[in-house]
Design a protein around this ligand. Structure first.
Ligand code: IMP
Ligand code: MG
Length: 180
């Protein structure tokens, strides 16, 4: 089939089965680490929404949700290096066990910004759950406490991750190439 537009190529990097097994493992670890405690999951919109819903449903603890929205990438595959908080949490985090849930740790700029911001609220504890980690791209010293998969420096979409808002609903994590 021929087309004038160069079609995007999608190649499965992490299958839905691998994701589901790993998410169950992370949930088990969280359940174990926070025994007898309550937790507040703070999801970073929109990319973490699918990971958060799968993870939280397997954590056997008393848990609540909140969501924040930040912009760092716009519709590009490159980070602008700037992080802007578009929507803050709806509550005080003081004295709470907060787990920030992110789709991917890339340069680390977003999460180091959020950690700084959230520490000011004086939470009881503050940890990071990230489905993916592009460790080779890190320019800050932030690290994830519950990381699903370390991946190479490739642009990925699916399972919540987007390119220009597309592909979030793919059930697998796929490498997107041929983007101009
Ligand atoms: P960081 O601040 O550079 O760590 O960037 C984190 C954000 O960049 C993530 O929440 C994603 O929105 C976005 N991002 C980084 N790498 C990718 C990718 O491969 N695919 C889709 N989004 C990405
Ligand atoms: Mg994101």
């Amino acid at each position: 089939m021929s087309s004038s537009a160069s079609p995007a190529q999608l190649k499965v990097l992490i299958s839905r089965d691998q994701i589901s097994k790993r998410v169950a493992e992370l949930a088990e670890k969280i359940t174990h680490d926070y025994q007898g405690e309550t937790i507040l999951f703070v999801g970073v919109l929109k990319g973490a929404s699918i990971f958060l819903s799968d993870l939280a449903r397997q954590v056997k603890l008393d848990a609540t949700f909140d969501f924040i929205s930040v912009s760092s990438y716009g519709n590009s595959v490159r980070s602008s290096g700037e992080v802007k908080l578009n929507k803050d949490v709806d509550q005080s985090l003081e004295g709470k066990n907060v787990i920030i849930v992110e789709d991917i740790l890339d340069t680390g700029l977003t999460l180091s910004f959020l950690l700084k911001q959230f520490q000011n609220h004086k939470p009881k504890s503050l940890k990071i759950a990230a489905l993916l980690d592009k460790i080779s791209r890190r320019i800050t010293d932030v690290r994830g406490d519950y990381v699903g998969f370390e991946i190479p420096d490739e642009f990925v979409v699916g399972y919540g991750l987007d390119y220009a808002e597309r592909y979030r609903n793919l059930p697998d994590v796929c490498v997107l190439s041929e983007i101009k």
